[in-house]
Ligand binder design. Structure first.
Ligand SMILES: *[C@@H]1O[C@H](CO)[C@@H](O)[C@H](O)[C@H]1NC(C)=O
Ligand SMILES: *[C@@H]1O[C@H](CO)[C@@H](O)[C@H](O)[C@H]1NC(C)=O
Length: 366
């Protein structure tokens, strides 16, 4: 197994695990000592000669045991950039797991396809591919969103043919195209994408699943934007997206993380630190390409290099942002008025190349 590609991580928590012992594992003694897996963590290798999904058990003690590497049936790819680095896709969310849908889905950026796997809830790193890889609806897919029910997967394509496309999850056949969801971003891009400036970053559903939101980095001094589509009741998307620019100081919206209960989003921004997009109080201005209204802001993280990835912790209620240049994880609090402040910083060691990030809850810990 080679790990030279960009490793992208997605954690899945399976709360009630009630099956018998796990068979056919390669590290039986370690696993037995730690007890049974309480969840699984997944990442992809993104190798150009064959993308692989790697699954690790999360033990009751929170420790990971690498367990399986499975071909996705597609190819990885590295975006065009200089200097070349560990962030091959300029994105967050290239692999996503859903406990509600019992699935893990991944992009194959080098073959313009997506793959989906079924998770065995009693043995969550034991995944089985469903169906064949399916065309992503564009080129150089870099990020995935899964709805709350776990039955719709949307892809963000960041190549020459760019935009979003959504798919229904069929537990037997795999991903099936969902009509009325193939929507263009009209970016001038290449395949593979050239970046990080001007590249597509992340795609998520809003907390209520009524909007699909993608982030696009600017080409300084021109700021980037969020592209927002309405999700209709049949799952189709509004024909055109609405573009929302970050507040002053924001340039490169990267990862997108929902701020729970607020109709707002935190986006990392390697130009400054992070941007807060308030969708609740900007209803009037919503749809304009002007600076986001309401309580939106762009917040500096002093000494940051390139803050690009983020996750919310249900336990601490804070956000954790990774910086690929400084290899520091920064903890952010966002108060009831959407004011963001730095709580604490956690250096991971120079050169760690801290990229995509996720959180799993194990007992009382995360
Ligand atoms: C594990 O399963 C694989 C595939 O089913 C099989 O080829 C292999 O021999 C098994 N390994 C052990 C240690 O039982
Ligand atoms: C999706 O739209 C792109 C243009 O943005 C087009 O090239 C492609 O063929 C469409 N794919 C499907 C499956 O409709």
């Amino acid at each position: 197994m080679k790990f030279s590609g960009s490793a992208v991580f997605s954690a899945l928590l399976v709360s009630a695990v009630s099956a018998g012992p796990i068979h056919n594992r390669t590290r039986t003694s370690i696993s037995a000592a730690r007890g049974r897996a309480v969840g699984a963590a997944f990442f992809i290798t993104n190798e150009p000669n064959g993308n692989q999904l790697v699954a690790a058990d999360i033990g009751a003690d929170g420790k990971l045991t690498l367990r399986r590497a499975i071909s996705t049936g597609g190819l990885g790819a590295h975006g065009i950039t200089s200097p070349n680095g560990p962030d091959g896709l300029f994105s967050q969310g290239a692999i996503k797991a859903s406990a509600a849908g019992n699935i893990v889905a991944t992009v194959n950026p080098g073959s313009n396809t997506l793959s989906v796997f079924k998770i065995n809830p009693n043995d969550p790193s034991n995944v089985r591919q469903i169906g064949e890889p399916i065309g992503s609806g564009g080129e150089f897919p870099v990020s995935l969103a899964i709805n709350n029910k776990g039955n719709i997967v949307c892809a963000l394509n960041g190549g020459e043919v760019n935009g979003v496309s959504c798919f229904k999850v069929d537990q037997q056949k795999g991903l099936l195209p969902l009509s009325g969801t193939n929507r263009s971003l009209k970016l001038k891009q290449t395949t593979p994408a050239t970046g990080p400036a001007g590249s597509a970053s992340d795609v998520i559903f809003s907390e209520d699943n009524k909007r699909l939101i993608a982030s696009i980095k600017g080409v300084p001094p021109q700021p980037g934007f969020l592209a927002v589509w309405d999700v209709n009741t049949d799952g189709s998307l509004s024909q055109d997206f609405k573009a929302v620019a970050p507040s002053k100081g924001g340039l490169l919206p990267f990862s997108l993380t929902v701020i729970p209960g607020k109709n707002a989003i935190l986006a990392t921004d390697p130009a400054i630190g992070f941007d807060i997009f308030d969708f609740a109080t900007q209803a009037a201005g919503y749809g304009s390409t002007s600076v986001a209204a309401g309580r939106s802001s762009s917040v500096a993280i002093n000494g940051q290099g390139a803050t690009c990835w983020s996750v919310f912790s249900p336990k601490s209620k804070n956000f954790y942002l990774t910086d690929i240049k400084t290899a520091i994880v920064t903890e952010i609090n966002i108060d009831a008025k959407l004011k963001g402040t730095v709580v604490k910083q956690y250096p991971q060691g120079k050169g760690s190349g801290t990229i995509d990030i996720d959180i799993a809850t194990v007992g009382n810990n995360e």
